[in-house]
Structures are given as structure tokens and as C-alpha cells.
Design a protein around this ligand. Structure first.
Ligand SMILES: [Zn+2]
Length: 76
């Protein structure tokens, strides 16, 4: 297994979320991907929060705050 940055794809309730640059161990033979527990937990919490926001009941008062979100470190 080698440590690489991968993209995780999630789908729920008509929305999808892609999380790029997730540190994971990838098997060079079969491509199996293992995201270390703490990282998996943090990604999961973040994505859960996004899906939760997106699934709020719609009303005239509510507008989804965004259709897409990109979060990344600024170049030094
Ligand atoms: Zn393998």
C-alpha cells in the first residue's frame, strides 16, 4: 500500500459530493483504497454536514447557500 491523495465520491438524496486530496493508502496491485480512520471520520463529518444542509426542507425563505464548494489550501 502506498500513501496517495485520492478523490472520494458521495451521493445522497439527489446530491453528490466529491472530496479531493484525501490521504489514503492505495494498493498498487488491485487499487484497493484504505482511508485511515481519523481521516475517514473527518471527511464523513464534513460530507454529512453538507448533505444535511442540502436536504433542509425548501421554502420561499430557504435557498441553498451554494451549488458547489471547493476547499483547498492556498499556494504558499
Ligand atoms: Zn491489493
Amino acid at each position: 500500500m502506498t500513501l496517495q491523495k485520492i478523490t472520494l465520491h458521495f451521493e445522497r438524496g439527489g446530491f453528490s459530493a466529491d472530496v479531493h486530496g484525501v490521504a489514503a493508502y492505495v494498493c498498487p496491485r488491485c487499487g484497493a483504497r484504505l482511508v485511515p480512520g481519523l481521516i475517514a471520520e473527518r471527511v464523513s463529518e464534513t460530507v454529512e454536514a453538507l448533505f444535511k444542509t442540502a436536504s433542509q426542507p425548501t421554502s420561499s425563505e430557504f435557498v441553498m447557500p451554494y451549488s458547489s464548494l471547493v476547499f483547498q489550501p492556498l499556494a504558499a
